[in-house]
Design a protein around this ligand. Structure first.
Ligand SMILES: *[C@@H]1O[C@H](CO)[C@@H](O)[C@H](O)[C@H]1NC(C)=O
Length: 220
């Protein structure tokens, strides 16, 4: 079942890429060129692949060790609002394509230093101040801020064997109140911050956006 799902995603991704290229606007071409390739991280943090994500000006950098099914990643996005006050989050949804069920990593500044929490999202309800357990072992969690004001969230996820494509979501929020990340805006861009990500292979150009209108198919 896992491999059937993976094939399904691969075909989708290729189809989406074809549609993207057919409809290539200058903006889409720019994204395909890989602005993420110019992003720099501190020494010791380098990744095999990067993708400019289709919403919220975010990018994902990752190295996937297929033999160990270990995903090492950096997610970068600029929270709206005052510098240092917001949060960024990235996650994998093993059971659906949206927020509900997503296993997420969320970074924000607390007492002057960035922390990364994990959240098992069970629906549109307020988050807790403390992490909740997620389905994947998450290690090497850290975050910092780039010169461009983007918050970069780092981590390594131990994924189930054979997981070659995942549904992922990402988000930014402007506020953390009393240690609790407050809900994000619900603008079009916020709602479009999800897609299918092929972990193996060339990566960047295959990480085409999953249009909302067909992504419901993933739930079948
Ligand atoms: C995440 O939440 C769902 C819904 O409450 C639950 O079924 C699942 O076991 C939780 N996952 C983990 C890893 O705790």
């Amino acid at each position: 079942m896992v491999s059937a799902t993976t094939m399904h995603h691969r075909r989708r991704s290729i189809l989406q890429l074809a549609l993207l290229l057919l409809a290539a606007s200058p903006a889409a071409m720019l994204a395909a060129g890989g602005a993420c390739e110019r992003e720099e991280f501190p020494a010791g943090r380098s990744y095999a692949t990067c993708a400019d994500l289709p919403a919220l000006g975010a990018s994902l950098h990752w190295t996937y060790d297929a033999a160990a099914s270990s995903l090492s990643l950096a997610f970068a996005a600029k929270p709206p609002g005052a510098s240092g006050a917001g949060w960024v989050a990235w996650g994998v949804n093993p059971t659906g394509d949206g927020m509900k069920g997503a296993q997420t990593l969320l970074a924000f500044k607390s007492k002057g230093a960035y922390v990364v929490n994990t959240y098992n999202l069970t629906g549109y309800r307020p988050l807790s101040a403390a992490s909740t357990p997620i389905a994947f072992e998450a290690t090497e969690l850290a975050a910092d801020e780039g010169a461009d004001g983007k918050v970069r969230l780092y981590g390594t996820l131990q994924l189930p064997k054979g997981m070659e494509a995942v549904n992922h979501i990402w988000q930014v929020g402007s506020t953390v109140a009393n240690g609790v990340p407050a809900k994000h805006a619900f603008a079009q861009e916020n709602l479009e911050a999800k897609g299918s990500l092929v972990l193996t292979g060339a990566g960047a150009t295959e990480a085409a956006p999953a249009p909302v209108f067909i992504s419901h198919d993933y739930l079948d």
